[in-house]
Design a protein around this ligand. Structure first.
Ligand code: ADP
Ligand code: GLC
Length: 485
């Protein structure tokens, strides 16, 4: 069979630029598809950080777009060898800070133009006028930042690639005043209830959901949840309407990047047969974070964006009591300033028992996964979530809220699952400080039973969260889509 040409359009990719799980998925899924024989190319904005680390780049096209000005298309390779295309617009992408936010924590004011251009370039590459030697068969868009591409193709192009829209997080929709319509070169007739309009505003994500051939999201549970309130965030009706083309495909994890037996970021490596290295990581983590060095105190950890989605306010509510129960606590994260402050103040009140590191630190995130005993993910909603999978692979048992991908990836320690040796973590009954406390009392009890704990660690470490099987699911979806065209 001739190889399938895929253009994977995204706003972040590990290791070049990362703010969250989308980067991890963009860094691993196209590579896993390439291993299945797909000819995959990534499309990304040429952020300053990306230009610094992308290695040698070649200009393959230059455009003067009336709405955007001078735009160049650069070609290079990702560190793993995958072909990479960069949309280079100095004014839009070469700034200090995060891809989406300025240093003040607010969205960049020109995000509509910045990601409108990314979407428009994706559509151009996947359309009739594609400058590529071979037009892609499938354009795979990810989240709102690339979601206008299917609309551009719908309105301006006849013979174009099939389109897939993946929702990584429906809470972020890219909603802007309708006045940007002209600046984005979209036709006035696209602005109506069955098109791009969302309560009088223009919604990027809605465009992708209306005009793409297939919609996917990152877990089966989340695929169900977003068809209803409240997790549909206003788009539940549209998603229900398109449910025949909507599927949930669970994310995988990069099992080379996240492998406790070979992770060079760790203080010591280990595997399921011998967990001695894990104890060494715990001791070093306690020392680094200024916690009392106590091998037998259960160490709770969080690595997360600090956003309402993640439920860390509930952790803050419960923290003093958790510490009283004998837990130590470590958090790495950044985001909402007020909650960052609250968490920091709480840990100052409990020296030696709790510590936070506000910031973004890839190395420390691996070390925490390795050094902690228990990983907390009390998310209000979680499309998939990756850390609960990293945790299991590192023998750090996750405590998760009963939502989205967390439900699909963690096997709760019920009596039956403990007996059958399938249990790999703990699922809260509901999300509040009371439920967190009572579940952690259960965790504490099991932690004292060294044999039972080790059995759970081994079950967790033995789970296969690799991308290979997931990539097969995406490939089947692409093939099915192309067969129908
Ligand atoms: P989301 O994409 O909603 O933030 P995921 O669980 O899918 O949630 O992915 C989060 C990713 O970002 C994980 O790889 C996690 O380790 C990483 N991460 C989040 N915050 C930090 C941080 N402060 N430092 C390092 N890595 C972080
Ligand atoms: C989003 C979600 C997270 C998911 C990630 C990658 O950021 O919040 O649950 O794992 O995307 O798909």
């Amino acid at each position: 069979m001739e190889s399938l040409h895929l253009l994977f359009a995204t706003s972040e990719v590990f290791p070049l630029i990362k703010t969250g799980g989308l980067a991890d998925v963009s860094g691993a899924l196209p590579a896993a598809l390439a291993r299945l024989g797909v000819d995959a190319t990534l499309l990304l904005p040429a952020y300053a950080a990306v230009l610094d680390s992308a290695g040698s780049l070649q200009q393959i096209a230059r455009l003067d777009l009336p709405q955007h000005g001078d735009v160049r298309l650069l070609q290079g390779r990702l560190p793993d060898g995958l072909p990479l295309l960069l949309v280079d617009h100095a004014g839009y992408y070469q700034r200090a800070g995060n891809p989406y936010l300025g240093a003040d924590g607010h969205d960049w004011p020109d995000n509509a133009l910045r990601f409108g251009l990314l979407s428009q370039m994706a559509a151009w590459l996947a359309g009739e006028q594609s400058p590529l030697p071979r037009r892609p068969d499938v354009l795979h868009c990810n989240d709102w930042q690339t979601a206008l591409a299917p609309a551009y193709l719908h309105f301006y192009d006849r013979a174009h690639a099939a389109t897939v829209m993946t929702i990584h997080n429906l809470a972020y929709q890219g909603v802007f005043p309708p006045t940007v319509l002209g600046a984005l070169n979209l036709p006035q007739e696209s602005f109506h209830l069955e098109g791009l309009e969302f309560h009088g505003m223009l919604s990027f994500l809605k465009a992708g959901l209306v005009y793409s051939d297939r919609i996917t999201t990152v877990s089966p549970s989340y695929a169900r949840e977003i068809q209803q309130e409240p997790l549909g965030f206003g788009l539940q009706g549209l998603l229900r309407h398109r449910r025949d083309v909507l599927t949930g495909i669970l994310n995988g994890i990069d099992t080379e990047e996240w492998n406790p037996a070979a992770d060079t970021r760790l203080w010591a490596t280990y595997d399921a047969a011998n967990l001695a290295g894990k104890a060494r990581n715990k001791e070093a983590l306690q020392q680094t974070m200024g916690l009392a060095i106590e091998a037998n105190s259960p160490l709770l950890a969080v690595v997360s964006r600090i956003a309402p989605q993640k439920g860390l306010d509930v952790v803050a509510d419960a923290l003093p009591q958790l510490i009283q129960m004998g837990f130590q606590f470590v958090l790495l994260g950044s985001g909402e300033r007020a909650l960052e402050r609250r968490l920091r103040d709480l840990t100052h009140a409990h020296p030696g028992r709790a510590a936070v590191h506000i910031g973004y630190d890839e190395t420390l995130s691996h070390r925490i996964e390795a050094g902690a005993d228990v990983f907390l993910m009390p998310s209000r909603f979680e499309p998939c979530g990756l850390n609960q999978m990293y945790s299991q692979r590192y023998g750090t048992l996750p405590v998760v809220a009963p939502t989205g991908g967390l439900l699909d990836t963690v096997t709760d320690a019920t009596a039956a699952r403990l007996a059958s040796r399938e249990a790999t973590g703990f699922v809260l009954e509901r999300l509040d400080a009371g439920a967190l406390r009572s579940t952690l009392a259960r965790v504490n009890e099991l932690y004292r039973n060294k044999e039972a704990w080790l059995r759970m660690q081994r079950a967790a470490m033995g789970r296969d969260f690799g991308w290979a099987a997931r990539a097969e699911e995406y490939l089947a979806l692409y093939r099915n889509l192309l067969a129908r065209q």
